[in-house]
Design a protein around this ligand. Structure first.
Ligand code: FPP
Length: 238
């Protein structure tokens, strides 16, 4: 049984949910099965995070690079996302979850964009936990977009170049009103950031586990949180 100190919980946990494909392959199943199990795991971890509660939970559900996967796999991921958005709204409302999407939502099929807008709107007053799904997200593009938005403000005479600071830049990121992640978890043994929240993770603690995402249990999640609580965070100070 993992004991957590309620005084030292992370305010924001971000997760790279990796290993669905390998989980399926090891069982001789098509990759699709791994993604389906991955959604089940995501639901269990969201429930746990909300119980604790972790104020902000961000899940990397679909990267910009994922558009390059075979058409059938992208279609399966879209269907899983559709089903998730359709089925989970009542649960989110019941639990006080505020739902948010970061990334290029405009690249998704129209019906998904409409569902995202609806779930965001209806859950906007949720106060227990903010659930963020990163969809068609890529950190370098997010930073380029912020630079473009700042340049437009400078050109329009609303901002002077010397007023561009880390804070003004932060205000033009998708994560504008969210705290930076305190803890980033990546499953499946890969030890990379893969273009996820590059700017926001400047002082984030990383936790890597070999467990594949479909096998990542609530207990594993608590282990990651306990590991985080044992770390001393200095933010560059002594
Ligand atoms: C990585 O596994 C996972 C993804 C690319 C998609 C993650 C999506 C989900 C878990 C489902 C979406 C969740 C919600 C809440 C709608 P991989 O396919 O890269 O695995 P591999 O590295 O073993 O091939």
């Amino acid at each position: 049984m993992v004991e957590l100190d309620p005084e030292r919980l992370p305010r924001h946990v971000a997760i790279i949910m990796d290993g669905n494909g390998r989980w399926a392959r090891r069982r001789g199943l098509p990759r699709f099965f791994g993604h389906r199990e991955g959604v089940k795991t995501a639901k269990r971890i969201i429930t746990k995070a909300c119980e604790i509660p972790i104020p902000v939970l961000t899940l990397y559900a679909f990267s910009r690079e994922n558009w390059e996967r075979p058409r059938e796999e992208v279609a399966v991921l879209m269907d899983l996302l559709r089903a998730y958005l359709r089925e989970e709204l009542p649960t989110m409302l019941e639990r006080g979850i505020r739902f948010r999407v970061i990334g290029e939502r405009e690249r998704f099929p129209g019906d998904i964009q409409e569902m995202i807008a609806r779930v965001e709107k209806e859950t906007a007053s949720g106060e227990r936990m903010t659930l963020v799904l990163a969809l068609s997200y890529g950190a370098r593009h997010e930073l380029a977009r912020a630079a473009r938005l700042l340049a437009e403000e400078v050109c329009a005479g609303r901002l002077r170049p010397e007023d561009i600071t880390p804070e003004t830049l932060s205000r033009h990121l998708y994560t504008v009103d969210l705290p930076d992640p305190d803890l980033l978890i990546r499953t499946s043994g890969e030890m990379r950031l893969s273009n996820f929240l590059l700017y926001q993770c400047a002082y984030t603690e990383f936790y890597f586990t070999p467990v594949l995402w479909p096998d990542f249990t609530e207990e594993e999640f608590l282990k990651a949180l306990a590991d985080y609580q044992r770390r001393e965070r200095r933010f560059g100070r002594v």
